[in-house]
Design a protein around this ligand. Structure first.
Ligand code: FES
Length: 331
């Protein structure tokens, strides 16, 4: 069995798998799709729409492991394949570029997962917004809504037609429920007009570029009717000049550590030899989610929902800090 490790986490159980790239194809401009199969031929674990996996891509120039998160867009019922869609990001720090330039059919990789911080909640009706590669977590949700006979509508947006990924799969959906919108053909989409038609029962799921999600989030906040869920590619707030040092107390080990300005809490924890899982170090994957026992976190991740943030029960120490002078973690 090639399953290398199992990681227990308060919210998830994930496993690590050796996989082989069974198929690689271009599915849009600068967008590649990979089909992964387990090297040992066994089935993958089940996953739910919205799930992602970690893909390990070797070491960078500093010897740090490169690990990136990609949404699963295939059929959750098909345990023989995990399907990924990857956009070549010009700001890539080695992840998407490495995949585009070095990963071919037959390559072997290590992946971990699945995790799901973007679960599809039961609802009477759904409206989906996808921007570019943001279609990947949205597509399985759309298919599920269709299979369950629930009302849904998909707005799929991109700068131009070449940036619309997985068009073959989107084309297999009932066309009357799908709106394809390309900015270069139709100008910017009027999100305010679309969302003004939404009803209280609608659950809105969105994934795409930050400004697009910011606009939807703003409309959702002012509407106070429909329920908004989104997945971001990057956390909204970077570590900034307003940072303050704080003390982190580890309840299990009894250690007390100081987190200075300009250094992440995760780095301080790791430097002290604390066993804490981490992956993206950017507040987007949820791997480092840690239970907070005392103190008030300064949440800066893109994973927790507003209500989860308000509860202050967990935090992502890779980007989040503390509003209180002291914070106690269940580590
Ligand atoms: S390591 Fe990804 S959210 Fe912290």
């Amino acid at each position: 069995m090639t399953e290398a490790a199992t990681t227990e986490h308060p919210a998830h159980v994930t496993a690590t798998f050796a996989v082989r790239v069974a198929d690689r194809r271009i599915v849009g401009e600068d967008i590649v799709a990979l089909d992964l199969v387990r090297a040992d031929g066994l089935p993958f674990p089940r996953w739910e729409p919205g799930a992602h996996i970690d893909v390990f891509l070797g070491k960078d120039d500093r010897g740090e492991q490169i690990c990136r998160q990609y949404s699963l867009w295939g059929d959750p019922e098909d345990s023989s394949l995990w399907r990924l869609g990857i956009l070549k990001d010009p700001r890539s720090r080695g992840g998407s570029l490495r995949i585009h330039e070095t990963i071919a059919e037959g390559c072997e990789l290590t992946v971990r997962g699945p995790r799901n911080h973007f679960p599809m909640e039961p609802a009477a009706s759904y409206v989906f917004f996808a921007g570019g590669i943001g279609i990947t977590p949205i597509l399985p949700m759309v298919r599920r809504a269709e299979r369950e006979g629930l009302p849904w509508k998909l707005y799929y947006l991109a700068r131009n037609r070449q940036r619309l990924a997985l068009l073959e799969e989107v084309g297999a959906l009932p066309s009357e429920k799908v709106v394809l919108h390309c900015d270069d053909e139709s100008g910017l989409i009027d999100l305010a007009a679309i969302t003004s038609e939404l009803r209280a029962a609608d659950h809105v799921y969105a994934c795409g570029p930050g400004p697009f999600l910011d606009a939807l989030e703003k409309l959702a906040a002012s509407a106070e009717r429909w329920t908004f869920h989104c997945e971001r590619f990057a956390a909204q707030t970077a570590v900034g000049p307003a940072d303050r040092p704080f003390e982190v107390v580890l309840a299990k080990s009894g250690l007390t550590l100081q987190v200075p300005v300009g250094v992440s809490c995760l780095k301080v924890l790791r430097d002290a030899g604390t066993a804490v899982d981490w992956s993206c170090s950017e507040g987007v994957c949820g791997t480092c989610e840690t239970e907070v026992l005392e103190g008030e976190p300064d949440h800066r991740d893109a994973v927790l929902t507003p209500s989860e943030r308000a509860s202050n029960e967990t935090m992502m120490p890779c980007v989040s800090r503390a509003r209180s002078a002291r914070i106690v973690l269940n580590l």
